[in-house]
Design a protein around this ligand. Sequence first.
Ligand code: NI
Ligand code: MN
Length: 227
Amino acid sequence: MTAVLTWLGHGTWLIETDDTKILLDPFLDDNPASPVKAADVEADYILISHGHFDHIADAVPIAKRTGAQVIAIFEIAQWLSQQGVENTLGMNIGGSVPLPFGQVTMTIAYHSSVLPDGTYGGNPAGFVLTIDRKRIYFACDTALFEDMVLIGKPRLDLAVLPIGDLFTMGPVESLRAIELLAPMMVAPAHYNTWPPIEQDVEEWALNVRHVTTAQPRVVPPGGKIYV
Ligand code: NI
Ligand code: MN
């Protein structure tokens, strides 16, 4: 089975298996890089990495409309329940949960996390999705950290890394992250949404080819990656 990833701009991804749609960090209506609006997206599951608006802005309306189960760290799952989202699954870093489409593991991330109304959001996180023996890592918003070595075992088929700098690791640190993770493929995210995180992604891809063993997969918003 092939998993199909569609980049919806910034940190937002749609992951599709044969019969399941998983939406990561929905930020669409106020996202200048998004090719779709929140009202046009379908989802069976919604994953939330942390509480910042550019990762959670459209989660509540999409969850209410679709009935998708929202998976997030415990504090964010509780907050979503208080916003009227009925189907939530709270977990925490290091934990995994088996689901019909595969397994979701919550990983560490070095960042911050507060919800749009100021509520404490717990720790920020990343995710490893294991779908039909394929391992896909979403670092989400994070700095470089050496424990990426652990996340890279067993072998990752794809790692999705932020390269925008300023709020997360930038292009230079991402190359070191790729060395630690040693994935088969790597895709960039969290860049070119606004001027402060503009990056030359073609130069980044050239550097990935020259100094790492991973294959870069660069797509425009709306573009697809097959894993
Ligand atoms: Ni953030
Ligand atoms: Mn962010």
